[in-house]
Ligand binder design. Sequence first.
Ligand code: PLP
Length: 509
Amino acid sequence: MRPATKRESKPSVGMRLGGGEALSFEKSRHGRSGVNLPEPKVAVAELIAGIPAELRRDDDILLPELSEVDVVRHFTRLSRLNASVEVHGYPLGSCTMKYNPRVHESLVRLPGFAHLHPETPEHLAQGALQLMYELGDALRIVTGLAGVTLVPAAGAHGELAGVMMIRKGLEKAGSKRDTILIPDSAHGTNPATCTVAGLKTKQIASGPEGILRADDVRQAMDDSIGGIMITNPNTLGLFETGIEEIAEIIHAAGGYVYMDGANLNALLGHARPGDFGVDALHINLHKTFSQPHGGGGPGAGPVAVSDRLKPFLPYPRIEKIKGVDGQPYYRLDRDVVDTDSIGLMREFVGNFGVFVRSYAFILRLGGKGLQQVSEKAVLNANYVRARLEKDYELCLKQPHLHEAVFTDSKQQVHHVSTIDVAKRLIDYGFHPPTVYFPLHVKNALMIEPTESESKDSLDAFCDAMLEIAREVEETPEIFHDAPYSSPVGRLDETAAARKPVLNWQMMER
Ligand SMILES: *Cc1c(COP(=O)(O)O)cnc(C)c1O
């Protein structure tokens, strides 16, 4: 059945959060409070007098005044407006929005983990250190590489760590090479990372089959090229079959191969980057190894490196040694003693809860289970491709790995574009896929179902997409104002980015 094609009523002023929910500021009642604090023993005026005049604020703080139950209801109602993988399919390409099993949450909440202070002395935090050490070891085995750091906070931070190690490696060898090759299919963070790390970038086009050709890399080589940053499988969901030869070309020049490992979900248990010449790659634990993420939630971007880059790993480092009783003992080194290291990347090792979940994910599945993860993710993506390829233009015809990339050329005939299809999907109860990425595909619609989805939920998603394709032909005029069933309708995304309203008083009332 088709969802609504008209909005019942326009969201009115004071209901901008949708669903009739006013802002917490608008619900504020003077004097209402969630806690009763005892009267201070000292007069307030006296307390204020103790604060230097220039540090005192002279306006009201303007926070909403609400009771505890007001606050709980406000945020519980808002949370029910959220899209999440617990409610719908969430086929966000390149982001691997997989389900996070509930047992992970009970493990994270074990008091010994949840209440651990970051400054706990090493001998009292052996369990946590062991968990992190063993997680690093598991990632080393999965990637086939020599060393791992868990320190980077997310994928882009991992890229920074990796590229800083590459830069240090080049410098240490006395090399003048200062430029990294970046394919046109790269994630935007890749060139940004190189720039932040003080290296130059040179773009290189992928071949007509959507993969990078070794000959083009050979052509692009000159004495400035110190490495390549490549996503594998790439952003079209294709395995870079030339990677081994490309790595040989880069290595022959003394350079390094960085692999963006955000798409590791497609390779788990089937191919190890260390076996095809990769020197460094980051792993998005919050993508491949299950975490509740999105909305800026915590992540982790561990980096695995080859022998050549191992000396440059950042601090803090976790080492396993033999303790005085002959048992294994785990050390946390926060003082930078190894001068080859790129140094201390952050004060503490990382977002510990993320490590607990990913460790649990790996132990529960084991080697065979991880292999099945990638098999099922790839099967699911190809199932979606097969069901949609008649109605949506595939960007490339050949079977691919974990994601399917379409364009909107069939819908454009009816003046409906990628963004319109994505917005209409919300009315059918699905979070839209990634749109307009990768950049080298015009109006891309990039679907990554992940292994979390059953055939039933894949069918429900595909049925919705096919129904939308019918709507495009029959009633194209409904698309420009979609979605109709969400708390807010079509938003002006440019204005939202250019003129964000961050203060409720800035909203015209
Ligand atoms: C998500 C992603 C990144 C960045 O990872 P964050 O954890 O968001 O910083 C880098 N490259 C690719 C291909 C990605 O999909």
